[in-house]
Design a protein around this ligand. Structure first.
Ligand SMILES: Nc1ncnc2c1ncn2[C@@H]1O[C@H](COP(=O)(O)OP(=O)(O)OP(=O)(O)O)[C@@H](O)[C@H]1O
Ligand SMILES: [Mg+2]
Length: 289
């Protein structure tokens, strides 16, 4: 005898593949504006019965990715570059700031645009700032945040959303991280947005994994993780390998999972240039050993 009460089925949740497939998104890349990153995603196509690897040329469209790392690894620079690149291409992007108040983010975006050779005129009319750093209701009340985001996406015809950082949504209530990240993820999927969600790592977390504040769950809910790390060079052999003096910081990057496309799984050198741009360098295996 079943212990479950008989209830009506939820028919909206059931669909034959033939019907569901009509709404399936096309697999294509969204260029990120980060040198060396776009080439790391690929799909496999079949030509004359043989598999052929084709570069996607960006992160998969409609993917919602985590950008994680400890402080000072270049997460904000990376998502700012992404926003500027979308604007340069004439695509509107909503930038939700939960750490620096919007006018401070504007300074960063202006610097990124300058370094990327993009006119600020193009950028300022395609990036929509949502200031949850100044207005705490956007940080503490998820329904208000999502309805504000819906308004911004609809009004400005946005195709991408950046949140810096989602950790700001559960700073003082980490046991809620799963629910909050799930709501944001579902929302971005429903609105067919490509999303980059920054999340903070603690220094105790494994540096090059998807693990972030809020637990492993955060990375699992999202489509994949871009992991940024830094390491202090402490030995002479490391100093030789990386070509930097002992005591210097080296930065590393890897993609820890991507559900929608194939991806390079190697650990790469990450560089922050003097102009303040993030750049993905060669894989470690090419410079070490
Ligand atoms: N305009 C710039 N020119 C050169 N270097 C810069 C510039 N802006 C930032 N940086 C360097 O890049 C580093 C990484 O910056 P970023 O703000 O992206 O880190 P983050 O990972 O977002 O850190 P947090 O978790 O604290 O927000 C900074 O600490 C700084 O040293
Ligand atoms: Mg930051």
């Amino acid at each position: 005898m079943s212990t479950y009460q008989e209830v009506a089925p939820f028919l909206e949740g059931v669909g034959l593949l033939k019907e569901v497939a009509q709404h399936a998104p096309r697999l294509e890349g969204v260029p990120t504006g980060v040198e060396g990153l776009d080439a790391l995603f690929f799909i496999t196509e079949w030509q004359d019965g043989k598999p052929v690897k084709r570069s996607l040329g960006g992160i998969p469209r409609y993917s919602v990715m985590q950008v994680t790392g400890v402080s000072d690894t270049g997460k904000s620079l990376l998502v700012e570059q992404f926003a500027v690149e979308q604007a340069r291409r004439g695509t509107s992007v909503v930038f939700v700031t939960l750490e620096s108040p919007a006018p401070f983010v504007a300074v960063g975006l202006k610097q990124r645009a300058q370094a990327m050779g993009v006119s600020f005129g193009d950028v300022e009319s395609h990036i929509v700032l949502v200031d949850g750093a100044t207005y705490s209701v956007l940080r503490t009340d998820v329904p208000t945040l999502l309805s504000t985001l819906a308004h911004a996406i609809r009004t400005y015809h946005a195709e991408a959303v950046v949140i810096d950082s989602i950790t700001g949504l559960y700073e003082s209530r980490e046991m809620m991280a799963r629910d909050i990240v799930r709501s944001v993820f579902n929302f971005l999927k429903k609105w067919r947005q490509t999303g980059l969600l920054v999340s903070q790592k603690r220094s105790g977390h494994d540096a090059l994994t998807a693990e972030a504040a809020g637990g492993y769950a955060v990375g699992h809910i999202l489509d994949g993780s871009l992991v940024l790390a830094k390491q202090t060079v402490l030995t002479a052999s490391q100093a030789r390998q990386f070509g930097v003096p002992i005591g210097e910081t080296v930065r590393l990057f890897r993609i820890d999972g991507c559900r929608l496309a194939g991806h390079d799984s190697r650990t790469h050198v990450l560089e922050i240039t003097e102009e303040g741009l993030v750049r993905i360098g060669p894989p470690l295996q090419e410079i070490v050993g």
